[in-house]
Structures are given as structure tokens and as C-alpha cells.
Ligand binder design. Structure first.
Ligand code: GLN
Length: 542
């Protein structure tokens, strides 16, 4: 029997609902249950693919090629369950479905309305594709009280009514702010948020209260009484040092125990959390530290590089070091010159990106890493720019560029319109909708014999996730080879370059895909583990 847990948020956004859902998923898993986690976002974009990282943070890509909310990244990292397209639902998708049905005449002349047609479509999405998991956790984006969230809240209310309250639990995340002048943690915002939730027919079964310090017993009691929630179901969610401590902290406060009690599941042996304890121990007591420069365009916004930051942390865990990630704005590198900002780092990483702004600074970073023999990791755009840098500065192809920035004499990076995928031809063309022209999702690559990446992966064939429009122009392969850059991984049909590397360099790898998306704390991605290992060696040299 599948049970459903809905996670909603109140008071303010950014309290960490995604992390809370992921951590609960991990706790249920540690008790031996199968979980699926999903995110419902009330905005009207069909997916976040067309949103700026400044608006939305990172776009997380699934194996099946969906562009989704970054919370799905937390879910995967915490539970190891690969997310799918059906785990990410937006109001835009729901309306698209309903309107398509209307155009087909499915509603047989009826008036199409938010209730019941939109709410029915939302309810379908809750249960769809859930593989008979023991628990389906659904996080509702936004905060209670938002106008656009209403159809989602109404849907989960109806869903609980129809399924029965013994199969559905409501978890609500709120904030208990500390007011300096009063010297107190305030419970009123939580009371108001729960009142708001009740006004649309949802009584929370458990409250998670974010606070920057322990919540005194008296305040917990107050929240319980005024919000009509059992006292032991008011769970403090206090700030922790690393996100991997969250499951341990929740467990210590009885979160999973209360979930078991709620569903009437006889108390079983405690969950096995040893893997989490180990990760926390390792992140807390590293044996050294390396500094990695990430040269990007959205460095002021940590959410824009969420998975990347985590993957670097995992690479550190694999090598028992702490990674000091230094975020460097490409534009600043361009104006101030690369040397000073990069002088003290042990590795340079240029991540994925779009558009021309910042390109000269990023290319300067690649050149610095290449000529100063500092480990270099280029991801997607970072690989393309590494190719351009070698073409221009080593192969002497002065006009080398990417057609992403307009026509150029030597398009070493360009648009490919056709390729083979599992024996079938996949096509795209420049005129397609912005949302539909990218190579998205997991693609296979074959690694060249004798290459560095082949020994890093210890495999000949790999699957990695993509999200890009442009590709390396394989026609330049020989000239790049002569310039010391070798193609180390290709699509099975040999048309698409997946990886380049410089064999003459201590560690210089560019990949067309996004390995950061599949790195997990318990299974650091081999490329990140290897890159940090190279940075450790570099640190001993300098
Ligand atoms: N802008 C490049 C492209 O579209 C790279 C994209 C990326 O880094 N994700 O191909």
C-alpha cells in the first residue's frame, strides 16, 4: 500500500522544503522503505528550462531528459533514486494538459474549470508512475497563501479526503524567527501560517520549525496547542553545519518515528544511519584542504551551481579533504586579469553556461590552467571554451569560435542538426522553440583506449546527462590533436565529441555533459574524485 506525505511551506520561501523532503525520504529509506519524491511547482512555465538561473537557480536534468527544479537534485543525492520526468510537475504542464484535452473535445461540451478539471489533473499527477513505492513524498513549491498555489492545495486536500487520512500525512515547514530585542523565538508566524493552511481545509499533522537555535520546550508546547498538533509532532529544524547532517538531526528529534506512529506502523528497529554518520564525520574532520576556483557568470547566487557545489564536496569526501570553493565572476577575471585571482588555487573549473558575456574571462581561466599546469575541469560550456582556447592559442586558428555567439570563420563549436541515438536518427534545427532544441538527458559515450578518463571511470562505456545546444565540430579533431588536445570520448556513432583531454597536462579534462548531476555523497562521481585528487597533488607541489 502506498502512503502519501505532502510537504508544504509557510511564512517565507527558501526555508529548505526540498532538503526537508529529501531528508525524510532518506530516513524512510534507512528504515527499509521504497520511496519516490516529487515536486509540484505552481508557476506557469512548463518547466524551468527557459528560466534564468537568477530566477530559479540551477536547472536539474533527469536521465529521461526533463529539465526540472533543483530540489530533484537533493532528492537524488539523498535517496539515490533517479528522478524522472513525471516527478516534476508545474502548473504550466497541468494547464497544457487540460487545454489540450479541451481542444480535443474530451470535456464533451462542458465548461472547463479549475475545479474539477485542473484539480483532477493535479491528482492524476500525484499517483502517476509511482511504481508502487511504499511512500510517495510530494513537495508543493511556494508558500501557503500564494494565489497560484491554491489549485495545488485544493487538490491535496481532496486527495486526502478521497484516499482517507490514514494514508495521507501533511507536513508543514515554518519559521520560528529569533527577535533580538525581545530575546525570544517567536511562534506567531507559525500560528498564522497554520491558520492560513486550515482556511483551505488542511490541518497539518506535523510541523517542522526552522530556527537558528534550539526551540525551548515552552515554545514547542505553545506551537502545539495553538496549531492543534501533538507536541511531539512539533519538530525543531535547527541550522546545521552541513546539509548531510539534516537526516541525523531530524531523526534525533523524532521526525521519522512520528511518521511511523502517524501511519500506525508498529515501531520497528531504529533506521540504519551509519552511512550518514560516516559522511558527516568525514566532512567535519578533513585531513587537508584544497582551493578550487569556479569561474562562472552566476557566482553571486549559490543556487545556480547547487549540484556542482555538492559534487565538489563529494570529491573532497572521496579524498578526505575539505574543498574551499572560490566563486569567481568571469567578468571580473576579464577586467582584473586571471593571475591574481587564480594564483593560490589548486584547480580551476569552468562550469556550464550560456551566451557570450563572461567568455573572455573564462577563456583566460582556461589558458591560465593550461599554461600553468593547474588541474582544469571544463563542464559543458567549460569544455567548449577549452576547445576554443586550444584552437586559438595553440593550433593557431585565430578565428576559432562557437556559432552560439554568431557566425565565425572557424566554428570549432557549432550546431549539429542530426545524430544517431540507439540506432535512430534524432534531429533538431536552429528554428525550433527555445525550450525544445537541446540535447537533453542521458546519452551513451565510448571512452578511448589509453585515455585518462577511461582509467578514471574504469569502464569503456558510460551514460551521462546532457543539456546543451552546441557540439564540438569533429572536423577539427586532427588539428586539435596536433595542438595537444585529444578526443577521449565519443558518442557510439562517432559523430559527437563527449570528452577532450590534454595528455601532456597533469589533469585537463573537458566533458560535454554534466557529471555534477549524478554525483552522490556515498558515491562521489569518479571525475570529481579524480579532479580533487589532482588538486591535492597540486597543493603539495605549491
Ligand atoms: N551554451 C552551450 C550550449 O548550448 C553550453 C551549454 C551548457 O553549458 N549547459 O551548447
Amino acid at each position: 500500500m502506498t502512503r502519501y506525505i505532502f510537504v508544504t511551506g509557510g511564512v517565507v520561501s527558501s526555508l529548505g522544503k526540498g532538503l526537508a523532503s529529501a531528508a525524510l525520504g532518506a530516513l524512510l529509506q534507512a528504515r527499509g522503505y521504497r520511496v519516490r519524491l516529487r515536486k509540484f511547482d505552481p508557476y506557469l512555465n512548463v518547466d524551468p528550462g527557459t528560466m534564468s538561473p537568477f530566477q530559479h537557480g540551477e536547472v536539474y536534468v533527469t536521465d529521461d531528459g526533463a529539465e526540472t527544479d533543483l530540489d530533484l537534485g537533493h532528492y537524488e543525492r539523498f535517496t539515490g533514486v533517479p528522478a524522472r520526468r513525471s516527478d516534476s510537475v508545474t502548473a504550466g504542464q497541468i494547464y497544457q494538459t487540460v487545454i489540450a484535452r479541451e481542444r480535443r473535445g474530451d470535456y464533451l461540451g462542458g465548461t472547463v474549470q479549475v475545479i474539477p478539471h485542473v484539480t483532477d489533473a493535479i491528482k492524476e499527477a500525484i499517483v502517476r508512475d509511482s511504481d508502487g513505492a511504499d511512500f510517495v513524498l510530494v513537495e508543493i513549491g511556494g508558500t501557503v497563501g500564494d494565489i497560484e498555489g491554491l489549485p495545488f492545495f485544493e487538490s491535496i486536500r481532496q486527495f486526502a479526503y478521497e484516499q482517507g487520512r490514514d494514508r495521507v500525512m501533511f507536513v508543514h515547514l515554518t519559521l520560528a524567527p529569533y527577535i533580538e530585542t525581545a530575546g525570544e523565538l517567536k511562534t506567531k508566524p507559525t500560528q498564522h501560517s497554520v491558520k492560513e493552511l486550515r482556511s483551505i481545509g488542511i490541518g497539518p499533522d506535523l510541523l517542522l520549525c526552522r530556527a537558528d537555535r534550539p526551540i525551548p520546550e515552552s515554545e514547542r508546547r505553545k506551537i502545539a496547542l495553538f496549531c492543534n498538533v501533538r507536541e511531539d509532532c512539533v519538530i525543531p529544524a535547527t541550522d546545521v553545519e552541513t546539509i548531510y547532517e539534516v537526516p541525523l538531526s531530524y531523526h534525533a528529534h523524532g521526525f521519522d518515528t512520528q511518521v511511523m506512529r502517524y501511519f500506525g506502523i508498529a515501531e520497528e528497529p531504529a533506521p540504519d544511519l551509519s552511512a550518514w554518520e560516516e559522511i558527516v564525520k568525514r566532512t567535519r574532520s578533513p585531513e587537508g584542504e584544497v582551493a578550487i576556483a569556479v569561474v562562472g557568470k552566476y557566482t553571486g547566487l549559490r543556487d545556480a551551481y547547487k549540484s556542482l557545489f555538492e559534487a565538489l564536496t563529494h570529491g573532497g569526501v572521496a579524498n578526505s579533504v575539505r574543498v574551499d570553493t572560490r566563486w569567481i565572476e568571469a567578468d571580473e577575471l576579464e577586467t582584473n586579469g586571471s593571475a591574481s585571482a587564480l594564483e593560490s588555487v589548486h584547480g580551476v573549473l569552468v562550469p556550464g553556461g550560456f551566451g557570450e558575456r563572461g567568455v573572455p574571462g573564462k577563456i583566460a581561466a582556461v589558458k591560465y590552467a593550461r599554461t600553468r599546469r593547474v588541474p582544469y575541469f571544463g563542464i559543458c560550456f567549460g569544455m567548449q571554451l577549452a576547445v576554443i582556447e586550444t584552437a586559438r592559442n595553440v593550433a593557431g586558428i585565430a578565428g576559432a569560435g562557437s556559432t552560439e555567439f554568431g557566425p565565425c570563420d572557424d566554428p570549432v563549436i557549432g550546431l549539429m542538426t542530426e545524430w544517431d541515438r540507439n540506432g535512430e536518427v534524432e534531429r533538431r534545427n536552429a528554428g525550433d522553440n527555445l525550450g525544445g532544441t537541446m540535447r537533453l538527458g542521458a546519452y551513451e559515450a565510448v571512452l578511448e583506449k589509453g585515455s585518462r578518463v577511461r582509467s578514471v571511470y574504469r569502464q569503456e562505456r558510460i551514460f551521462e546527462r546532457h543539456r546543451h545546444r552546441y557540439e564540438m565540430n569533429i572536423g577539427y579533431r586532427e588539428r586539435l590533436d596536433d595542438a595537444g588536445m585529444r578526443v577521449a570520448g565519443l558518442s557510439p556513432d562517432g559523430a559527437l565529441t563527449e570528452i577532450v583531454e590534454r595528455p601532456d597536462h597533469p589533469w585537463f579534462v573537458g566533458v560535454q555533459f554534466h557529471p555534477e548531476l549524478t554525483s552522490r555523497p556515498f558515491q562521489p562521481h569518479p571525475l570529481f574524485a579524480s579532479f580533487i585528487e589532482a588538486a591535492v597533488k597540486q597543493a603539495r607541489l605549491v
